[in-house]
Design a protein around this ligand. Structure first.
Ligand code: IVH
Length: 680
């Protein structure tokens, strides 16, 4: 018996092994096409089916498990601690330059060291503001990944790095590329700016402390002992260098990058190859402007001698190579005078002290105000009216006061006192135990009413065109509006009689209000302005409830049962619907003809036969989600622009697809327009 069956399992096994191998190879390839080339070949549904089939097979035959299976991206069992590893070649740091002179000096140093008068060619790269890692591939397969650590030894974070979709678990060589037997490759792991904001929103929803910046978020995500947590973080990578490479000799840095690219590694498309030093300086200026359009943070440019033979001759000091330098972007900080502190009242009644500054140019932008956050912040930084202060602007965030120059005081400076009553309505203000914010408790305070209406009409909410901030202020001040529900009662005559309003703009505004009346559930919830219910939480709620009535009836426990919603958010929602006044307002909105669309896309079927291409980073959902939504509405999504493309959805930092779209006459739409099209 035994003997007769002996060959059978082998026969099955070889088929099975082949089947699993084929699935794995195909999934690696599709993953690469999607995350590295940004040019998928199969639908997401197809990809998911293949992944499920593989996971199922691996579960049934655990003996056929493989450490570099595409299924490894979901994370591995948690560790107790990280092992350490020595880098074969130390991971050095870079010298910094801060001015064109510093870079000219660097070029002269290089030529002096090489004893040459010849022009040196450099490769100029964006300096990613993330976390440096080293990955070791053996025979084309990812074996270990580690952090830079102190440059000599790092921590082994293989399971975490495997969760990053743009990291090949198995190299994906183009036809002519030979796989080196050993490749140590280095790069920077980062989180995009919008993805970072979304991650923080989620954390706030779960009552977790938000990360201070994208770099900290990336570092924190990579240092998780449980890689399943890392798997949920939107980490990305760009590769920029190598350690040991066997079997291949590179003649230049640029050709090395090209080889890495041909093996399936993601290389920053903004790298400028082989330029003379004056072109490097020109490119620095281009990059400095461009950084604001990128979907990730960069903090400067890295300039590298391109020829490897020259790099060898130049060598390194114990700290940094002599063949490279980082040209850092100037910190966007300036000194100015704090003239006065004004207290503003926001939508939820929070009193925010705002510094009025003597106008100053900070990194090309005129700054005359900066947020001081709250009373504690002013106390902590000892900010006084009349102080000389350092202000800073980072990305698109509101400028803030970093510190004061206390030594410049002449005694005329005055301490700030938070008012005891609301500066707008005169009602008493309160500061809750354990909270930094002081609030005006009068929900009818005109400042709160104005801000609530502005929020209600904003882009992510009812998106009412033509209802600008000034007009809202005017309508509230003239007592035309007391609540956002009153918007739907406005008539052309009342509007046309207002100062600075004519019959035409009145007519347009009424039309805009009318057409905003059909609204997706998530937008409606967001529009209500419930504390802690941002766009993300609103989308979570809209997914879990079938109607506004369902939400009104649900308990705190029901809410806390929703993934992504913590006690603070739950409490806030329950508190909101417990107030009779709020329920009345919702009722009035619905009675004035507002239609909430739940679930299905607003224009189901209206995308029938329409061909979409997605490019750049979308902020409200992943590409996969966007694809699913388009497909659900009857549209198709393809990876590249052709004559058949109807719409190109351009997210942040769109790629070359946009140029092609312009050439071929496809309609380019932004994310907001796209969201409206699919009714979210
Ligand atoms: S080359 C020996 N290229 O900057 C050469 N580094 O200050 C070292 N970084 O630890 C690295 N973008 O984390 C290089 N395009 C780039 C980079 C880059 C960011 C980081 C890297 C390194 C740090 C050095």
């Amino acid at each position: 018996m035994q003997g007769g069956n002996e060959n059978m399992p082998d026969a099955i096994d070889s088929n099975l092994i082949e089947k699993i191998e084929n699935l794995r190879n195909a999934l690696h390839r599709h993953n690469y096409r999607y995350y590295v080339l940004d040019d998928p070949e199969v639908s997401d549904a197809e990809y998911d089916r293949m992944m499920q089939a593989l996971i199922q097979l691996e579960r049934t035959y655990p003996e056929l498990a493989s450490p570099d299976s595409p299924s490894a991206r979901v994370g591995a069992p948690p560790l107790d601690k990280f092992d350490t590893i020595s880098h074969t070649i130390p991971m050095l740091s870079l010298d910094n330059g801060f001015s064109d002179e510093d870079i000219i000096d660097f070029d002269e140093r290089v030529r002096r060291f090489l004893k040459t008068d010849e022009t040196i060619l450099y490769t100029a790269e964006p300096k990613m503001d993330g976390v440096a890692v080293e990955l070791v591939y053996e025979k084309g397969r990812l074996r270990t990944a580690s952090t830079r650590g102190d440059g000599i030894t790092g921590e082994v974070i293989t399971a975490n790095v495997k969760t990053i979709e743009s990291v090949p678990l198995v190299m994906q060589p183009e036809a002519q590329s030979a796989i080196p037997s050993v490749l140590e490759i280095r790069g920077e792991v980062f989180i995009g700016i919008e993805a970072f904001k979304k991650l923080n929103q989620e954390r706030i929803g779960q009552d977790l402390a938000p990360f201070a910046n994208p770099r900290n978020a990336a570092a924190g995500s990579l240092r998780q002992l449980d890689s399943k947590i890392t798997a949920q973080r939107p980490l990305e990578i760009f590769f920029y260098g190598v350690g040991i490479v066997e079997d291949v000799i590179f003649e230049s840095h640029w050709s090395m990058l090209q080889t890495l690219k041909s093996l399936g590694f993601r290389i920053n498309p903004l790298i400028r190859p082989r330029v003379e030093i004056h072109e490097v300086l020109d490119y620095y200026k281009v990059l400095r402007e461009k950084r604001h359009e990128l979907h990730y943070d960069i903090d400067g440019m890295v300039i590298k001698v391109d020829r490897i033979s020259l790099q060898r001759q130049l060598g390194a000091t114990s700290r940094s190579p002599r063949w490279a330098i980082a040209y850092k972007f100037a910190a966007v900080q300036e000194t100015t005078l704090l003239e006065k502190i004004e207290v503003q009242v926001g939508r939820t009644g929070v009193l925010t002290p705002v510094a009025h500054l003597k106008p100053v140019n900070v990194g090309g932008v005129r700054v005359s105000r900066a947020t001081l956050h709250n009373e504690d912040e002013i106390e902590k930084k000892d900010i006084r009216i009349g102080d000389k202060v350092l202000v800073q602007r980072a990305g698109d965030v509101i400028p803030e006061v970093v510190k004061v120059f206390a030594s410049s005081r002449d005694g005329s400076e005055r301490k700030f006192q938070m008012p005891k009553t609301c500066p707008i309505c005169g009602s008493p203000v309160i500061r809750m135990e354990g909270e930094a914010a002081t609030r005006c408790i009068n929900t009818s305070c005109s400042a709160q009413v104005k801000e609530r209406i502005k929020h209600f009409a904003s882009k992510g909410a009812f998106d009412i065109d033509g209802l600008g901030d000034k007009l809202v202020d005017q309508l509230v001040e003239e007592d035309v509006l007391q609540s956002y529900a009153d918007l739907f009662k406005l008539d052309e005559e009342t509007l046309a009689n207002l100062e600075r309003m004519g019959p035409k703009s009145a007519h347009n505004l009424i039309n805009a209000i009318e057409s905003s009346k059909t609204i997706a559930f998530a937008r409606f919830l967001y529009a209500l302005g419930i504390r802690h219910v941002g766009e993300h939480v609103a989308a979570l709620l809209a997914n879990c409830f079938n109607s506004i009535d369902d939400l009104i009836r649900c308990s705190r426990e029901d809410l806390e049962g929703i993934e992504g919603i913590g006690p603070t958010v739950a409490e806030s929602i329950v508190g909101f619907v417990a107030q009779e006044e709020n329920l009345k307002t919702i009722k009035r909105i619905l009675e004035s003809g507002v239609q909430i669309e739940v679930g299905a896309p607003r224009i189901a079927g209206a995308l029938d036969g329409k061909a979409f291409v997605l490019t750049g980073t979308l902020t409200s959902f992943t590409r996969r989600q966007a694809k699913e939504m388009i497909e659900a509405a009857g549209g198709k999504v393809s990876g590249s622009v052709s004559r058949n493309t109807d719409f190109v959805v351009a997210g942040a930092s769109p790629g070359s697809k946009l140029d092609k779209a312009k050439d071929l006459g496809a309609e380019i739409i932004d994310e907001t327009t796209f969201k409206k099209m699919i009714g979210v």
